[in-house]
Design a protein around this ligand. Sequence first.
Ligand code: CA
Length: 475
Amino acid sequence: MDTFKFIQTLKILTAYFVISILITGCKTPASERPPNIIILLADDAGYADFGFNGSKDLKTPNIDKLATEGTVFTDFHVSGSVCGPSRAGLITGRYQHRFGAEYNENPVPQSEVMISEMLQSNGYKTAAFGKWHLGYKEAHHPNTRGFDEFYGFIGGHRSYFPDKEIKKSGTSMQHNGNYVNFKGYLTDDLGDKASDFIKKNKETPFFIYLAYNAVHTPMQATQEDLALFEGHPRQTLAAMTWSLDRSVGHVMNTLKEQGLEDNTIVVFFSDNGGPRSNTSSNVPLKGTKGTEFEGGHRVPFIIKWNDEAKGNAKYTKLTSALDLFPTFLAAAGITAQPKNKLDGVAWQPYLNNEIEAPPHKQLFWRINPWSALRADSIKLVRAGEFGEALYNLNTDIGEVNNLIAPNKATFEKLVKDFEAWESELPEPTGIGRSPKWEEVKGYMYSDMINNKPIRIHSPGQLKAFKKKLKEAEIK
Ligand code: CA
């Protein structure tokens, strides 16, 4: 080759090389981008109602597969034992009490930053599907709070089937503020919409908050799913759980088909413990949704994250849904922090074993006046005049043996710790349930602390119940 030809060839090769870099440089390979993040949130699911958490009668093969591919956390807690407060905590990374969202229907104020806002302003495509329940006004709307896409409903529950008439209320389905209807069964529809979003946004990092209304009441399932559980003592719940599992499987399959599985963090959990109303089971935990026993706030939790949470593993240290915010920020490589101090901690150094201590020494719960404090393995439950209890969860996860009498000093110290946490909190922005409901709850706490069957479940029973109490007193 003469010199001229050599130079020409070199020029062509150089041009080809530069063009190749320009073309491939436009698209960062998925593996080099910040990870996608998906929250799969079940609603009111029981602690014991998934195969991976011990269920024998409810079938959840896809969620169980996620559990074997990821890490199951065994001591994971939401920050509120009912829907709205729990969601307010997880989406802000702060105890919801700090901004008054202690009860259902209290909105998350503008003074708080949501994880969606941080991710959106750092290049993520963001979407919320399903239940919102974090405020009804425009200022609280998902599209105002960092979500590019919102397909779902603003309130706390709705039918699983299409509306006959669109009422344009908190129970109506909407897409980015426009009221819409849907076809089929809502749990499937939400999984379909999330899958479409994944396909459309596979070239950018994305954040999906997929908040199913399953398995919250109303108890509704398709005829096909019900037929699979004919004769099951909890037939409708079994069918609703089966469809939840199918929808989760659909989302996971889409991730795999799109080649995104390795660079996506997926978490699955329930927003609070199972209530009596949907026949869910929290065995072996005491209490239900709305109580500060473990059955209210310790929930099944899976994280699939190839870099940090290896497959088929269990993580047993104390963790909280408050931790997701800082964990996701760190995973996305975002060093900026929201203006208000987070209560959660990023899990990376804990999962890497750089730090051996648990992510939390203490966690707090309160739906005033019902409250609880966890300190290492010790749990304090407070129900005012209806009783108090101290349990050692290491040996007594069912919260049966009240240890206050032989552990007075520990009890008093934890009461002080709780009151110190409480002293920093503002007044809740809304009101809780009616005084009658609170009275019912008091009797329920009393029965649970005394390990007795619960005698009263609703305000409608209150009059007859109190009459009986009076008669017993006279005798
Ligand atoms: Ca809930």
